[in-house]
Structure formats: structure tokens, C-alpha cells
Design a protein around this ligand. Structure first.
Ligand SMILES: Cc1cc2nc3c(=O)[nH]c(=O)nc-3n(C[C@H](O)[C@H](O)[C@H](O)COP(=O)(O)O)c2cc1C
Length: 223
């Protein structure tokens, strides 16, 4: 039993947890709570001003030393999407086969992934660059600097995902490029110092999603 005298808010029940957002404005509360990862889209293009609004939202994220180590590649052409998907699929197929996966399972997973990438109206590939980040004389600080740069890119992506939701767009994060960064750079002809972190698929939603979260209490300690 805790002997702490720190006042710990009661966040044990789901209703108490959802009430924790009460101090926020209704618009922000709704935005934070209702954004979901949307993976199926209507076959309808996203107007370029909206794509630019997403990138602008990303740009206002905080970043380590304000160096803004994010770079984005926007993919809208069918040919580029297909080529990116083809190259990633080839490697994924090899990796799954090396893992001993069943060929039918592999074919199904590859087909789903290909359909997802090629049917998304817009793909945004967020990348990290270390070009303007600090360089230290030891590996530990260089590692910390790299993590800071990646964290900065992730924050920019969260801005982008929330802005997409605010615009009535759906979006989702795909982690695959993290496993094959050189291949993604080659497929999209990206500068060598850009390290692809993900693919954000974007489009008008063709599905709704429900997801919940574990309560604050189980994920937080107070001191
Ligand atoms: C770092 C990261 C990697 C993710 N990778 C994938 C992915 O490869 N495929 C996918 O369908 N969703 C991916 N997601 C989306 C998560 O599955 C999703 O955010 C989570 O299930 C919560 O659902 P929600 O976003 O609808 O609230 C990823 C999310 C993050 C933050």
C-alpha cells in the first residue's frame, strides 16, 4: 500500500477517464477522441490544397533544437504507388518465406498490402534526416540525437493525422518502410540522407472505426 501523500486523481473508472478531457475545448476534445486509423478510402482524389494543409500542419510540430528534421515525399501517381508497392512486396515476400510462412498466407498478405497502397489516393512518406542535427564524438549521444530526430518526425506525423481528421479525411500509418528504407528511397528517388519512417495513407474514408484506450491510471505513476 502506498504511503505517499501526493494527491492522486481518481482515474480508475472509464467514465472518470473520459471526463479527464473536460477542461479542453469541445472541438479539441472531439478531435482527439474521434480520430481513428482509416485504411479504406473512397476512389476520390484529395484536392492539393488539402494535402498542402496537412504538410503545413506537420511543419508546426515541435522538433529537437527546432531543426525540423522531417522530410516528406507525397505520392499521388498510380505508377509511383504501384512501383513502391511492388518493390516493398518483393522484399516482404522474401522475408516471410525466410521466416517459413505458408505460401498462401504470404500471397494473401502481399495482395492486401498491394491493394491498400495502390487504392489510397495519397501516400505521404515521412522521412528523417540527420543532416542538420548535432554530431557528437561518442555513440551514446549520437544515438540520443537520432532518437530526438525520429521523435520530431513522429510529432509532425501526429499533427498531420489530426489535421487530416479535422478536414474530414481518413489516414493511417504503415510501418513497412522502416524495414526497407533503402528500397523505398530507390523506388521514390529520394535523397540518400532521407530515412523513410512510414507511409501515411490518406483519402476520404470508406469505413468507420471504433477503438478504445487503456485508462490513464494504468499507464501513469505520480510522484
Ligand atoms: C508507429 C506506428 C506504427 C503503425 N503501423 C501500422 C501498420 O503497419 N499497419 C497498420 O494497419 N496500422 C499501423 N499503425 C496504426 C495502429 O494500428 C493504430 O494507431 C492503433 O491500432 C490504434 O488505432 P487508432 O489509430 O484507430 O486509434 C501504426 C501506428 C503507429 C503509431
Amino acid at each position: 500500500m502506498s504511503t505517499s501523500t501526493t494527491a492522486v486523481p481518481d482515474t480508475q473508472t472509464p467514465s472518470a477517464d473520459s471526463d479527464l478531457l473536460a477542461p479542453l475545448s469541445p472541438a479539441v476534445r472531439q478531435l482527439l477522441r474521434s480520430r481513428r486509423s482509416i485504411r479504406r478510402y473512397l476512389p476520390q482524389p484529395v484536392p492539393q490544397p488539402l494535402v498542402l494543409a496537412l504538410l503545413e500542419a506537420a511543419r508546426w510540430a515541435p522538433s529537437a533544437h527546432n531543426r525540423q528534421p522531417w522530410r516528406f515525399c507525397v505520392v499521388t501517381s498510380d505508377a509511383a504507388k504501384a512501383e513502391l508497392s511492388r518493390r516493398m512486396s518483393e522484399q516482404w515476400q522474401r522475408d516471410l518465406a525466410a521466416d517459413g510462412a505458408d505460401p498462401e498466407f504470404i500471397a494473401r498478405r502481399i495482395a492486401i498490402s498491394h491493394a491498400r497502397l495502390t487504392a489510397s489516393p495519397v501516400l505521404i512518406v515521412p522521412c528523417v534526416t540527420m543532416e542538420e542535427m548535432d554530431v557528437y564524438s561518442d555513440a551514446q549521444r549520437n544515438e540520443a540525437e537520432y532518437v530526438m530526430a525520429v521523435q520530431s518526425v513522429a510529432l509532425a506525423c501526429e499533427n498531420l493525422l489530426l489535421a487530416a481528421h479535422d478536414l474530414g479525411l481518413g489516414a493511417s500509418w504503415l510501418c513497412a518502410p522502416l524495414f526497407v528504407p533503402a528500397l523505398v528511397c530507390a523506388a521514390l528517388d529520394l535523397p540518400g540522407h532521407w530515412r523513410p519512417q512510414a507511409i501515411l495513407t490518406v483519402g476520404y474514408p470508406a469505413e468507420g472505426k471504433e477503438k478504445d484506450r487503456a485508462p490513464v491510471a494504468g499507464r501513469t505513476v505520480w510522484r
